[in-house]
Ligand binder design. Structure first.
Ligand code: HAM
Length: 437
């Protein structure tokens, strides 16, 4: 008789998709540290968590991020919903979210949150999807921690969002990412800058790469961001947007800079910084590091005053950022490995009587908040000690029939190798005292 697992199809190894990674124990601890720090710092700034769907209608992203951006043109995971009952059912195009801002704004507009109170501060954490060429620091499924402040157009909130990010990076122990700041102007002043830049680029058309040649008429600012050597050279003397800002944008940007200086946040102005998403206006920024090679942006964001209206809400301003968790944890791992999860105690039991004693004790200790582990099958002391070692247990308690009869057992500290006898009746307080030290 051939069993189902003998058939070749069932035994072939299935691998993960290119650019989609597992985050395994050993690595996941630094993710947890980052997430815990984010919750702490974001709450201090009065940002509330929001959870939005991973799948949205494609139109949400094409309308907000922009039709001519790399993300919308070529990087989205888009498919048609099936016909029939369930889902949208009408062939609507759906997309795995490539970023979080559009979804947060959609949720804000859909729930009409602004009717109760327009000023809302949100944060989110989760997976995003972009079909980019995977490389170090660039994944197809990656994770962002983002913050969005809606309802305020004042420069204080721009500075607050930047301070939040600054404090968060320090809370996780990262001081090296540096802040680059720019202003992209507004609907009043950007068109005239765009015209000026386009005229400049048309004169250098032949020096630009194919991609830029194709898109300068629609989106000339992207040429400033192009990494192709020809484009970098051709745009070296391009007019600066900072010289074209209207008085309102100039004042706003000057106030943001002053507030950052007053609160000790260092930055450099980078008038060539153009974000890869179309919804930005005024303040834009990137926190970059030289330690991650070409994928240098750890976090990025800016102001998006037209987006709420563009997505069907009233004219309500917004500003926010997102940081890449893969990039952040890579930086943290360059520094030091976060301690891996390990039990505080491993109970080595010898004989059925000791097993029957140990099982409820392990559960009592776990309920008291201690991480405790035990073997499920009868094994030699040597083999149980080996497992405790593999699990990196901080201490081992060795219990057999003699120990139960005496009411005490040997507690062995696995790091110092020191042993001492403890009373089995006081095991919980003994372990709690060890945890406190
Ligand atoms: P973004 O610059 O496209 O902005 O992405 C923000 C951050 O996400 C990047 O700085 C980077 O750390 C990370 N990231 C982006 N793509 C990848 C990738 N393929 N692999 C790994 N990490 C990646 C936004 O997404 C905006 N929604 C930010 C924002 C929020 N603006 C205002 N509010």
């Amino acid at each position: 008789m051939v069993s189902w697992c003998d058939a070749e199809n069932f035994t072939m190894k299935i691998t993960s998709i290119k650019g989609f990674a597992d985050i395994l124990p050993g690595e996941v601890e630094s993710w947890q540290r980052v997430e815990a720090a984010a919750r702490r710092v974001f709450s201090a700034y009065n940002f509330a968590e929001i959870r939005i769907p991973i799948l949205e209608k494609t139109e949400l992203f094409s309308r907000s991020i922009g039709e001519s951006t790399d993300i919308v043109e070529k990087e989205m995971y888009t498919f048609e919903d099936r016909e029939g009952r369930g889902g949208e059912g009408d062939g609507t195009k759906l997309t795995l979210r490539p970023e979080g801002t559009a979804g947060v704004v959609r949720a804000y507009v859909e729930a009409e949150m602004y009717k109760v109170e327009p000023v809302r501060k949100f944060y989110y954490m989760g997976a995003m999807f972009r079909r980019e060429r995977p490389q170090k620091g660039r994944m197809r499924q990656f994770h962002q921690i983002g913050a969005e402040a809606l309802g305020r157009g004042d420069p204080l909130i721009d500075a607050e969002v930047l301070l939040l990010l600054h404090d968060f990076l320090r809370a996780v122990g990262l001081a090296e990412p540096s802040l680059q700041l720019n202003s992209l102007g507004c609907a009043q002043c950007r068109p005239s800058y765009r015209k000026k830049l386009l005229a400049f680029l048309r004169q250098r058309h032949s020096e630009l790469c194919g991609n830029c040649q194709r898109r300068i008429e629609r989106n000339p600012l992207r040429a400033l961001d192009c990494k192709e050597p020809g484009c970098v050279h051709a745009t070296q003397d391009a007019p600066s947007i900072l010289d074209s800002l209207c008085a309102v944008c100039r004042d706003h940007f000057a106030a943001v800079q002053r507030l950052l200086r007053e609160t000790g946040v260092e930055f450099t102005l980078n008038p060539r910084m153009v974000r890869g998403l179309d919804y930005y206006c005024r303040t834009t920024f990137e926190w970059t590091t030289a330690l991650l090679g070409s994928q240098s942006a750890v976090a990025a964001g800016g102001r998006y005053d037209g987006l709420v209206e563009q997505l069907g809400g009233p004219a309500i301003p917004g500003v926010g950022f997102a940081l890449g968790v893969e990039r952040l944890t890579m930086l943290l791992r360059l520094r030091e490995a976060a301690p891996a999860q390990a039990p505080a105690l491993f109970i080595v039991w010898l004989g059925d009587q000791a097993r029957d004693w140990a099982f409820p004790v392990v559960h009592r200790l776990r309920r008291a908040g201690l991480s405790v582990e035990m073997e499920g099958e009868s094994r030699s002391m040597k083999s149980q000690m080996r497992r405790a070692d593999k699990f990196n247990a901080a201490a081992v308690l060795i219990v057999g029939a003699d120990e139960l009869a005496k009411g005490s057992a040997i507690l062995r500290d696995m790091a110092s190798k020191q042993q001492r006898e403890i009373s089995l009746a006081n095991i919980e307080s003994e372990l709690m005292a060890r945890k406190a030290n």
